[in-house]
Design a binder for this molecule. Structure first.
Ligand code: URA
Ligand code: CA
Length: 434
């Protein structure tokens, strides 16, 4: 087999066989096929597309390109969740303890922040002592003992995605639904999931800004899941404004704790309830979504979700007292208040810009090796559709350094559009693909 023939075949719009797909993925990971040929193939795929069968074969070739996690020692259906990435998107920290409190184990591998979006591992590391890097044995043991662990990726998981993603990033081939679907699904499969609930974001803070594109990506991922024997459901949810009110690592942990303790409601809680209900449904714990939502709500109001979060923090070496006393989380002492400069309705809050502003305060990284500052970030006081008067507080900035503060404030102010006109309300959950 020759890589050139595979490129030509795809360039001419033909369908690749499983053997051809295995050949190029294996050859690329082994270093036998150079970047320039894979670049050419990715561009051919970008223009010619892939069939559902090709996408599923690519997903499996990638999933098994390195180590795979074996969760079979943990009894029950292991359901994973995945968000395509957002701002103030702390659903995992809310929903995972609730699902576990309803009897479904969660053995989750999470990532760090990417671009303007946050990552669960960064957020959890703001809890003093918390260790997201557990050995495989400890990971499994903790889930068997208490039902839940959230860890960072260790070992050589899906090396094909690391290589291909880096190449896509610099060859203009990121925004293709089959390539995104195979990238995301390969990682979920390698992480050992039996069933997968996806939260596909749409709006200014999302990869797929339009609702149509988000549904199309959702459908593609569900098709892949079904073809490779993993029950998959995908919700399409709003990311036109930050989901929670907090953007920044310790601040987002604090917000998740407040929700789990019943001290706070809102969009983050509402999306978490729906995601949790789907996770219970996929695990066979409830007969319908409404029943699942009731179970999740009961776990929340009884405090069993908050207790689970405490157990997990303790099992992973962290200071579980933060759940009872979130002031133990590291937060910047310097809080700067941002005020509205005119009266009107909050017409829109560009999630990407808010994420970028938090990034400038130090909540994100510019390069993979940058240190982030867990103490900084933004707490919004307003959501789209609310009225404001000039001088009302729009947000608090938690600040530890002043050098980029002016740019952060400027970026943030451009994220907030205030108009005399009331905005049309947007749904929080646009729909679900199963
Ligand atoms: N997230 C991923 O993991 N892969 C993509 O291709 C896009 C978003
Ligand atoms: Ca403190």
């Amino acid at each position: 087999m020759r890589m050139l023939d595979i490129i030509l075949k795809k360039r001419n719009g033909e369908e690749l066989t499983k053997e051809e797909i295995d050949f190029w993925v294996k050859g690329y990971v082994a270093g036998h096929i150079p970047d320039y040929q894979v670049s050419a193939l990715l561009m051919a795929i970008f223009f010619q597309g892939m069939t559902g069968r090709e996408t599923a074969d690519l997903t499996m070739a990638m999933a098994y390109s390195g180590d795979v996690v074996d969760l079979s020692p943990i009894p029950g259906v292991k359901v994973d969740k995945h968000s395509t990435g957002g701002v103030g998107d702390t659903t995992t920290l809310v929903v995972a303890p609730l699902v576990v409190a309803c009897g479904v184990p969660v053995a989750k591998m999470s990532g760090r922040g990417l671009g303007h979006t946050g990552g669960t591992i960064d957020k959890l590391e703001s809890v003093p002592g918390f260790n997201p890097f557990q050995s495989n044995q400890d990971f499994i043991r903790i889930v068997k003992e208490i039902g839940i662990a959230i860890v960072g990726q260790t070992g050589n998981l899906v090396p094909a995605d690391k290589l291909i993603y880096a190449l896509r990033d610099v060859t203009g081939t990121v925004e293709h639904k089959s390539l995104i679907a195979s990238s995301i699904m390969s990682k979920k499969i390698a992480a050992g999931a039996d069933a997968i609930v996806l939260d596909v974001k749409t709006g200014s803070g999302a990869f797929m800004e339009s609702v149509e594109d988000a549904f199309s990506l959702a459908q593609e991922m569900v098709n892949v899941g079904n073809r490779v024997g993993r029950k998959t459901a995908a919700l399409v949810t709003d990311m036109s404004q930050p989901l929670g009110m907090a953007v920044g690592n310790a601040l987002e942990v604090r917000e998740a704790i407040e929700i789990l303790k019943g001290d706070r409601t809102g969009a983050l809680m509402d999306v978490s309830l729906v995601l949790g209900a789907y996770m219970l449904f996929m695990a066979g714990r409830c007969s319908g979504i409404e029943q699942g939502e009731d179970m999740i709500r009961e776990a929340l109001y009884s405090g069993r979700g908050a207790d689970k979060l405490k157990e997990m923090i303790q099992a992973q070496g962290g200071d579980q007292r933060v759940v009872d006393d979130p002031s133990l989380l590291p937060l910047a002492d310097n809080v700067i208040v941002i005020k509205a400069e005119q009266d009107g309705y909050i017409y829109s809050i560009d999630a990407r810009r808010v994420g970028h502003a938090a990034h400038l305060l130090g909540a994100g990284r510019n390069t993979k090796d940058d240190a982030i500052d867990h103490r900084v970030g933004i707490v919004l006081h307003k959501r789209v559709g609310e009225t404001v008067r000039k001088g009302d507080v729009l947000a608090d900035f938690y600040v530890t350094r002043e050098n980029l503060l002016e740019r952060a404030v400027d970026t943030f102010k451009r994220a907030f559009v205030i108009k005399q006109e009331r905005p049309k309300p947007k749904p929080l959950v646009y729909g679900v693909v199963t």
